[in-house]
Design a protein around this ligand. Structure first.
Ligand code: LLP
Length: 413
């Protein structure tokens, strides 16, 4: 697979030189490789093909319509958490029997729409939500399949802001409350409680945690079946990590599948997964131009035209993204902080990085920016959002045009 690679001293996305993309579309620019995207989707679909599994891509990771359309064409479904994500998925051609709706607080409008459409599952996180679903389904006289999201109290090693499986977090229903919540819809005419769900966190690098969650849910599903609840589906959420740093090894999708399937084998439960980052993370980079460099005593800064509003992960989670010069050059190295133009000390893309004499006008790219890059971007400091391009072989498609300055106040009165 080619993806992003170095050829004759210059980086390419598939058959297109990143430098050419900068010339044509300007920077900052998000660039995606269709090949990487397709490969990740196929790995998911193939690795689980021997077991009844729905792979519902977590739309929040990247919801550009063209990216979604590709992902759904490859055969994935969607995990959505808002009406906006639901409508994006529908507009991009998702098949409704592969849509699950997660989220800790859904509005009446969102539930109404999901029930009218008859999506595959509403993943419910509280008794108040289940009561509301009951009311709406009765008013509409429409069936809806629900799963209850369990908070399994599993401590995963990841950034605390993206760990979701502990009682201290707002997510899910503690397992000991499961039965009393389920009683709300036991034997209900329209609400079919037939699934259990969980999502223990994101950027998880240990397969043990997924295996533990799978075992907990399978045990719980059997227990609920014994008590007369017709459970037939288990949704394990997303969370598989990717390698952001050289030397950091992420589990492969195939090994992830093996560790889950060994728990599910010989059970009667359909499996649902909601991967986000592991589908799109490595498929995208953020291309940026160096505006200039400066030195403060013993601190060196490389100021680039991308900023925290374009990619907030470094600033929000102290997340590490590799930063690579588009053109390799032999020059003395400096230790430098790669920072954006936004007026915040936290506006950095990478701290204490080693770069060969960075200088004004040179291009850098930030790797693994395909997930939670554009979807978490903002207009802070009144900076227009980036353009996005999708590369397939030597074909380049603009999948989001650069926002204009006038569009910044488009909705204001
Ligand atoms: N399902 C549910 C219910 C979720 O809440 C999430 C992510 C996923 C699936 C997808 O997880 P993934 O496979 O991408 O790990 N903004 C953070 C990540 C937050 C994840 C929130 N939920 C980041 O940039 O690292």
């Amino acid at each position: 697979m080619q993806g992003f690679h170095l050829k004759n001293g210059s980086f390419y996305c598939e058959s297109v030189e990143l430098e050419e993309l900068a010339k044509e579309f300007g920077t900052p620019l998000y660039i995606y490789s269709e090949e990487v995207l397709k490969n990740n989707c196929q790995q998911f679909l193939n690795s689980f093909s021997a077991y009844p599994t729905k792979i519902c891509y977590a739309v929040k990771a990247n919801y550009n319509l063209s990216i979604l359309k590709k992902i759904f064409q490859f055969g994935m479904g969607a995990d959505v958490v808002s009406i906006g994500e639901l409508e994006r998925a529908i507009k991009s051609g998702v098949s409704l029997d592969k849509v699950v709706f997660s989220g800790v607080g859904k509005t009446k409008e969102e539930l109404d729409r999901a029930i009218s459409l008859g999506i595959a599952s509403l993943n419910v996180e509280s008794s108040f939500e289940l009561e509301l679903i009951k009311q709406i389904s009765e008013q509409k006289k429409q069936n809806i399949s629900v799963a209850l999201r369990i908070n399994p109290n599993i401590d995963v090693k990841t950034n605390p802001y993206i760990a979701t499986g502990l009682y201290e977090t707002k997510f899910g229903i503690p397992d000991e409350d499961l039965e009393s919540v389920a009683e709300i819809v036991k034997g209900h005419r329209f609400v079919q409680f037939e699934g259990l769900a969980c999502h223990i966190g994101s950027q998880i690098m240990e397969l043990k945690s997924f295996e533990l969650a799978a075992k907990r849910l399978v045990d719980l599903a059997y227990r609920m079946k014994e008590r007369g609840f017709p459970i037939r589906r288990i949704d394990l959420g997303g969370g598989l990590g990717i390698s952001y740093q050289q030397g950091q090894i992420a589990p492969s999708i195939r090994n992830y599948a093996e560790s889950i399937l060994k728990v599910f084998r010989d059970t009667p439960f359909e499996l649902v997964l909601e991967p986000g980052r592991s589908v799109v993370g490595a498929a995208g980079v953020l291309l940026t131009t160096i505006l200039g460099t400066k030195k403060h005593k013993n601190r060196h800064f490389t100021i680039v035209d991308a900023a925290m509003n374009d990619l907030i992960r470094p600033c929000l989670y102290e997340a590490y993204h590799e930063i690579v010069p588009v053109k390799a050059k032999a020059a003395p190295e400096v230790i430098t902080d790669v920072v954006g133009p936004v007026c915040e000390t936290g506006d950095f893309l990478g701290l204490s990085r080693t770069l060969a004499s960075p200088s004004s006008g040179e291009l850098l790219f930030i790797k693994n920016a395909g997930a939670y890059g554009t979807t978490m971007s903002s207009n802070y400091n009144a900076r227009p959002r980036c353009a996005e391009v999708l590369v397939s072989g030597n074909e380049v498609t603009v999948i989001r045009r650069r926002e204009s300055v006038a569009e910044l106040w488009h909705h204001e009165i």
